[in-house]
Design a protein around this ligand. Structure first.
Ligand SMILES: [Zn+2]
Length: 211
């Protein structure tokens, strides 16, 4: 297998609990679920429909306020935002509007608003989305083209901070729709390769790229 991010040769390994095969890239650290185990879009959609997130659930919305206050406002005063992969209930999009942002949102299943691909934005947010990418290099490149020069891409996904043995027990991979797993090296590679600059990260699940 060839790494979907850096195109180097990968090592395959099997999940110790089921038949699923993953490919691991030693160069950029990326782990990809084998194509034959990827779920079809109908099954994927059913899985997403089970997530019913609610703007009145403060435990759930806290993360969005943290993103705005700790990762967006300290970097930029611009207010035009694309919330990419907004999901079945676009809670972060609604919060961005409430917080004074001129926000738009896009989701391939729930809000296929293709007009967003004709514009450019100062800020793009993508929360718990990149782990679902089948073609991460294409998607990250496309997000870059949608950013204005100097714009910010704010990403939330759980970084793989453990080794391959411990990856077998990681809860994050149990979601059948999670197919792409990044560690900090993968993010660094993506940033360098696509010509971004990493301006902020908590080394755990949030990273901010600047174009
Ligand atoms: Zn790689």
């Amino acid at each position: 297998m060839i790494c979907k991010i850096c195109k180097n040769e990968t090592n395959n390994f099997n999940d110790k609990y089921n038949e699923v095969t993953y490919s691991h890239c030693r160069v950029c650290g990326f782990i990809s679920k084998d194509e034959q185990h990827l779920v079809d879009s109908k099954r994927e959609n059913e899985e997403y429909n089970r997530h019913n997130n609610n703007i009145d659930d403060h435990g759930y919305t806290k993360r969005f306020y943290e993103l705005i206050n700790d990762y967006i406002r300290p970097n930029t005063n611009e207010i035009d935002v694309l919330e990419f992969g907004s999901g079945p209930s676009p809670v972060f999009y609604e919060i961005l509007l409430l917080e004074g942002y001129k926000a738009e949102h896009y989701d391939p299943y729930y809000y296929k608003n293709d007009s967003v691909f004709k514009k450019k934005y100062s800020i793009i947010t993508s929360v718990e989305v990149v782990e679902h990418f089948y073609d991460p290099l294409f998607e990250f490149s496309r997000l870059k083209t949608l950013l204005k020069e100097g714009g910010y891409l704010v990403i939330m996904t759980n970084f793989r901070t453990m080794n391959i043995e411990a990856f077998n027990d990681w809860w994050y991979k149990r979601d059948i729709t999670h197919v792409s797993f990044y560690n900090e090296d993968t993010m660094k590679y993506l940033s360098d390769h696509l010509g971004f600059k990493i301006v902020q990260t908590n080394h755990k699940n949030i990273i901010v790229f600047q174009k």
